[in-house]
Design a protein around this ligand. Structure first.
Ligand SMILES: [Fe+2]
Ligand SMILES: [Fe+2]
Length: 177
């Protein structure tokens, strides 16, 4: 038997990428998705549900552009890959929006709502956490280089810390919920 999937996203510290302006985006994004799922569960009319999904999509586009702007500033090496993932998430949202015209069964609507939620969570866990790690390491690297003046080790990527381990365990736990 399939595990029941929770529709509601509850923000917790394990979801933080450690960059306040992005966490803020993610929290807003999550709450828009919660609103969308709430409308489906409350069996609101199609127009309202579509409008809510449109807000999710608009917010996603804005948020993705925000991240990509930061990638430029950080010279993040996986920026292209990540932008590709963003395009795929947006395309998946578009697909769901198109399907909404023909949805008949309530279970299909609920499924679509969960799909939207899962798209966000899996992007956050699998993709955004990669730049969170890069960002953390580059911060640590930068402060070490300031203390020791420019030594060759400043050019080396720093290794993972137990803090990272903690974070990924935490998120793995979240995914299991
Ligand atoms: Fe992203
Ligand atoms: Fe993100």
């Amino acid at each position: 038997m399939m595990k029941p999937r929770l529709w509601q996203i509850e923000w917790h510290d394990g979801m933080s990428v450690g960059i306040p302006e992005i966490d803020e985006d993610h929290q807003r994004f999550a709450s828009l998705i919660n609103d969308f799922n709430r409308l489906i569960l409350d069996r609101k009319d199609l127009g309202e549900i579509r409008k809510s999904l449109q807000s999710v999509m608009d917010d996603a586009a804005q948020h993705f552009a925000h991240e990509e702007k930061l990638f430029d500033q950080w010279q993040y090496p996986d920026a292209d890959d990540h932008a590709n993932q963003h395009a795929q998430v947006l395309a998946a949202f578009q697909e769901i929006m198109k399907r909404f015209v023909t949805y008949g069964l309530e279970s299909e609507w609920i499924e679509a709502g969960l799909e939207v939620k899962d798209l966000l969570i899996s992007h956050l866990v699998n993709e955004d956490m990669k730049y969170a790690k890069f960002y953390r390491n580059s911060q640590v690297g930068a402060s070490l280089c300031m203390q020791t003046s420019a030594s060759p080790s400043c050019l080396l990527p720093s290794t993972g810390s137990s803090d990272e381990q903690y974070r990924s365990d935490d998120l793995a736990g979240y995914r299991e919920e």
